[in-house]
Design a protein around this ligand. Structure first.
Ligand code: AMP
Length: 400
């Protein structure tokens, strides 16, 4: 079975074609700067193998529909075609927010669109693009099933005491304000992989999963089910991210409005785009931050300290939430690559049974790696996330 996985952003489309009989990647692609004067498309067939070919297009790409059409033309036509359009059995789409209605992946049916439209207000930066991309793809592939895989779905098992904000109850009832989380596909994937690697059934395993990329979130997984996560109504809450503040005193909004005369929209932009690591030190790439620390940049050092301290606070609170922890998993760009962040995020937790093996932690690996010391009571793992494969697996199971 061949499954095309599509992640439509506001001005980009990421895609992968997977052969699900072997779970191998046949094509990856990235369309960028859609709607701008000059767009780009990079299509790689059989990436990482000796059959790899790369095609790059630089041309105006007026809309998502055209971006997708050009991608399909490269996948299924020309010299480097890997299959015919008829060979694609299903399409899986990443959707950021599912709200309370969409707690599991669904095969798209016509009568779902009004409910899907409702989810857009929960993720106004992402869902309109995700769902618009699905509509475009359905026009290009009218005869195959299209499955929506929601980033919030894995968090739908979080109990009310963890997802409710202590606001007037009508904020939940009328406005659907509650914590939904995000990155669920990644948390579910690495939690599942971790259970397999430590050799226990997922339903008997308690895991803390830490997704540290440009966006960052943590999840407490009890007996295979998510019981808490750090992101909230939107992906702004929780950990310190590349450009997002994570947790702050909610009174900061009022303070900035009164004292600086900022509008709500300006404050929202500041918290989402100008804060986090970038706000503290002017850089949001952890590699640049380490390089700056080497040169004695105090702001960079502070940014690293603030981020890793927040991580440690969340890890220890989730240890309290779970009571017993089998494993802690690091994943995503920083989590998979940055030994210093991993070490500092778990520093001082030795008395709770969390002990890193520094030597192993410093090794670079593309495959899962256990980095806990032999006498650590909690296993610590680095597990590469693979959201496309996770979406393809969900799509396959729905289609079958
Ligand atoms: P992601 O959002 O998962 O793609 O992660 C992107 C982030 O990962 C970048 O902004 C960097 O901060 C970080 N990153 C990527 N590679 C490395 C690396 N080798 N060492 C440290 N951080 C890295």
């Amino acid at each position: 079975m061949k499954i095309l996985v599509i992640n439509s952003g506001s001005s980009s489309i990421k895609y992968q074609l997977l052969d699900m009989d072997t779970e191998s990647v046949m094509v990856t692609g990235l369309v960028e700067r859609i709607g701008e004067a000059q767009g780009s498309l990079v299509n790689k067939t059989f990436p990482g193998t000796d059959k790899q070919t790369v095609t790059e297009l630089d041309q105006p790409i007026p809309n998502h529909s055209e971006g997708l059409r050009l991608s399909i033309e490269l996948i299924c036509g020309g010299d480097n075609a890997v299959c015919s359009i008829k060979d694609i059995d299903a399409v899986g789409h990443r959707v950021v927010a599912g709200g309370e209605k969409f707690c599991a992946p669904v095969m798209v049916k016509d009568d779902m669109w009004p409910d899907l439209k409702e989810t857009e207000r929960l993720a106004p930066l992402h869902n309109p693009a995700n769902l618009g991309g699905a509509k475009d793809a359905m026009e290009l592939f009218p005869d195959v099933p299209h499955v929506l895989v929601f980033d919030t779905a894995f968090h739908s098992t979080i109990p009310p005491h963890a997802f409710m904000y202590a606001l007037p109850y009508e904020c939940y009832e009328k406005d659907n304000i509650r914590r939904y989380g995000a990155h669920g596909t990644s948390h579910k994937f690495v939690a599942g992989e971790c259970a397999r690697l430590i050799g226990k059934p997922a339903e008997e395993t308690n895991i803390i999963t830490i997704h540290l990329g440009n966006g960052a979130s943590m999840a407490a997984v009890e007996n295979g089910k998510c019981v808490d996560t750090s992101m909230g109504l939107t992906p702004l809450e929780g950990l310190v991210m590349g450009t997002r503040s994570g947790d702050i005193d909610p009174a900061v909004h009022n303070y900035l409005a009164v004292n600086r005369g900022m509008s709500i929209a300006d404050i929202d932009t500041m918290l989402n785009k100008e804060s986090g690591l970038k706000g503290l030190c002017g850089m949001n790439d952890m590699r640049d931050i380490h390089a700056a620390i080497e040169k004695g940049d105090k702001h960079a050092e502070l940014a690293l300290g603030v981020q890793t301290y927040r991580n440690r606070k969340y890890v220890s609170s989730y240890m309290g939430v779970l009571g017993r922890v089998d494993a802690i998993v690091f994943t995503a760009g920083i989590g998979e690559n940055d030994a210093i962040v991993r070490q500092k995020s778990l520093e001082g937790l030795e008395n709770f049974g969390v002990k890193i093996d520094e030597e192993v932690n410093n090794q670079r690996a593309k495959a899962p790696l256990k980095i806990s010391a032999d006498d650590s009571l909690v296993e610590i793992w680095v597990i590469p996330t693979n959201e496309e494969l996770a979406i393809a697996r969900e799509t396959k199971s729905i289609v079958e």
